[in-house]
Design a binder for this molecule. Structure first.
Ligand SMILES: C[S@@+](CC[C@H](N)C(=O)[O-])C[C@H]1O[C@@H](n2cnc3c(N)ncnc32)[C@H](O)[C@@H]1O
Length: 237
């Protein structure tokens, strides 16, 4: 099992048991489905983008779908994927309750394979920080680049390095790579550091390192406010 699976599956199982509606409810950050963490950023951003009527959007890591439903209600044609079946089951239910159409499916963004379609917008609402290793991030960013139209936008909200963030004692933050590891039993993807086994847990990059990573992956960063980023495809890549 990949390092990013068990944590997310357990979280959505907890979410179902507790009758919550979205990921950030688990951390007491939200308590209403339609008020999701990157909504203010999307509201500011979308009106500034040069988009066709009824733009196609792909959201990966959509969770229970609050952003996907928000976009569908605003005339976007939305494909939305998440790794965890429990999240997608809830997402379909919430979309139906709101009378919006979203094409939800269970998929791993790191193994999406050959491109089937290109989008005016690819959206990430806090998934990228969970994709930790260089090869996985390269696969993800390549998949996004392939799926973006030449005139499209990659709209990203991700957690970044925060000097005030406290890593509990079972976590280990590597300041060089921005990788946060979590102590774990030896398993697929586990690494041994100073005699202790860890799984990759998060990637908390400094904003400049995130920008450099996106540019190396063939994107032009149009704007960046911390972890809220709008990119276009850099032409000629
Ligand atoms: C922090 S949660 C955010 C969920 C949702 N976007 C929201 O704002 O409520 C990160 C999401 O990314 C999903 N995820 C993690 N790794 C993934 C992968 N490899 N492929 C697809 N989704 C993934 C998780 O299941 C989880 O739903």
């Amino acid at each position: 099992m990949r390092y990013y699976y068990a944590e997310h599956q357990a979280a959505y199982q907890r979410l179902v048991q507790q009758g919550l509606t979205q990921w950030s409810d688990l951390f007491g950050e939200t308590d209403e489905y339609d008020v999701f963490p990157n909504r203010p950023f999307l509201e500011r951003t979308l009106s500034e983008l040069d988009l066709p009527p009824e733009p196609d959007v792909l959201e990966y890591g959509c969770g229970t779908g609050p952003a996907a439903c928000f976009l569908a209600a605003r005339g976007f044609r939305v494909d939305a994927i998440d790794l965890i079946p429990e999240a997608i089951t809830l997402a379909r239910r919430f979309a139906q309750q709101r009378g919006v159409e979203v094409n939800f499916s269970v998929q791993d963004v790191c193994t999406m394979g050959a491109r089937s379609k290109q989008y005016a917008v690819v959206l990430d609402s806090y998934c990228l920080q969970s994709i930790v290793t260089d090869p996985d991030r390269t696969s993800l960013l390549t998949a996004v680049h392939d799926r973006l139209k030449d005139t499209g936008y990659y709209v990203l909200s991700t957690a970044i390095y925060d000097p005030d963030r406290i890593y509990e004692c079972t976590f280990r933050y590597d300041t060089t790579t921005g990788i946060c590891y979590q102590a774990a039993d030896p398993a697929d993807d586990a690494v041994q550091l100073d005699g202790t086994w860890y799984l990759p847990h998060r990637r908390h990059l400094h904003p400049a390192a995130l920008r450099a990573e996106l540019e190396a992956a063939g994107f032009h960063v149009i704007s960046q406010e911390g972890g809220d980023v709008i990119c276009a495809k850099r032409h000629g890549t």
